[in-house]
Ligand binder design. Structure first.
Ligand code: HMG
Length: 339
């Protein structure tokens, strides 16, 4: 028995090459190990994505989109905005959208559906409609604040105070946004200190997280790195920050990668790359969720999102609004499927 094992071992040795070249995969593993193992994606398509559409999208179609995103595995979908319909007509059906989503069974079970609220009126409307999470939004520049919400930055915080108070009473979570964090359509370059000051204020007020918005998609990897340096230097944990990048200059994925390497674990994106901002001329949509998921899959970062189902959701809404998905990954997958 022992003799036959020795013979087998010699045989096995003779089957192996005398020399083996080892390829060091260090740098690849290095990049993977710098990224968090898991990332939460907040799909803002039904709100940020659709708010800029000139033709009103039917409420049923918005609801169907949200359900399809949930079915694709997204655990957080920004559903609508309780803003003035005079300012953003596309969001005028906010209460109807929320009413259709009220039964959070089936596909919506365990899915967060935050909504935008710029003031107490918006907050109250949102809560009456069943929202359990709202997002307040401030800007990093005075000009954008005025154009977007008709008030100064300080006045916008005055409007948030009663929201924060009421949210505690109603047990509603509040997220914050800081817009134009990497550039302003009216003032150009924005000092990282100005952005950081707004983030700090929002967190101090009680926001559980602040999403850093590159509203016009002009940011670069270097700019993101500088901004996150400043955020950390102010003692703000990147655990409390999300990143919300538009893709106007095609830099969003690179910018997101910088954020992930720095420890950000929440990424906002928009299915099919929908969107733009009504108060930022020429700004294109958010980075496409399909592109983000494709990149994260390649990095071995878990998102819980089924890319094929997500592509279907993007194709659904793109067809409804009469254009092709603004996602390179989705276009490639759809072309491949088409044969
Ligand atoms: C903030 C206001 C309301 C101020 O607007 P205002 O005109 O200064 O407000 P007001 O208090 O004088 O009220 C005027 C009218 O609006 C009504 N009103 C007042 N509040 C509400 C409300 N919540 N919901 C519904 N109606 C409201 C109010 O009742 C009144 O009605 P009227 O008496 O004339 O019939 C307005 O400027 C507004 O709604 N702005 C929203 C703009 C917006 O939605 N922008 C896009 C979202 S932000 C964004 O996209 C950036 C982000 C978050 O994605 C991050 C990034 O990309 O970087």
């Amino acid at each position: 028995m022992l003799r036959s094992l020795a013979r087998l071992s010699r045989g096995l040795r003779s089957q192996c090459p005398p020399e083996v070249k080892i390829v060091d995969v260090g740098p690849r593993d290095g990049l993977r190990s710098q990224c968090p193992p898991e990332v939460k994606i907040v799909d803002v398509g039904p709100r940020d994505g659709l708010q800029n559409e000139k033709t009103l999208v039917e409420t049923a179609c918005k609801v169907e989109l949200i359900k399809r995103l949930a079915a694709a595995g997204l655990k957080c979908v920004e559903a609508t905005a309780f803003v003035s319909p005079k300012w953003v007509p596309q969001m005028g059906d906010h209460a109807e959208v929320m009413a259709a989503l009220k039964e959070k069974d089936g596909v919506l079970s365990g899915v967060d559906l935050p909504v935008l609220a710029p003031n107490l009126k918006g907050f109250e409307g949102a809560v009456a409609a069943g929202a359990q999470e709202v997002a307040v939004f401030a800007a990093a520049t005075e000009s954008f604040s005025k154009k977007n919400t008709n008030c100064s930055i300080a006045e916008s915080f005055d409007r948030f105070l009663p929201i924060m108070e009421a949210s505690k009473e109603k047990n509603v979570r509040v997220r914050g946004y800081v817009s134009v964090a990497l550039g302003c359509p009216y003032e150009g370059a924005v000092a990282p200190q100005a952005v950081t000051g707004v983030i700090k204020k929002l967190l101090d007020m009680g926001c559980y997280e602040v999403s850093i918005g590159d509203t016009i998609g002009c940011g670069t990897a270097g700019g993101v790195s500088d901004l996150l340096d400043c955020v950390e230097a102010e003692g703000i944990a990147l655990d409390h920050c999300a990143i919300h990048f538009h893709d106007t200059y095609g830099q969003a994925l690179a910018n997101i990668l910088v954020g992930l390497q720095r420890g950000v674990k929440v990424v906002d994106s928009s299915v099919a790359g929908l969107g733009g901002c009504p108060y930022a001329k020429g700004a294109t949509g958010n980075v496409a969720t399909e592109d983000v998921v494709y990149m994260l899959n390649g990095l071995g970062v878990s998102t819980g999102v089924d890319l094929d189902k997500l592509v279907d959701a993007g194709a659904f809404i793109s067809e409804k609004i009469g254009r092709s998905p603004a996602s390179r990954a989705a276009s490639a997958i759809l072309a491949k499927r088409g044969g």
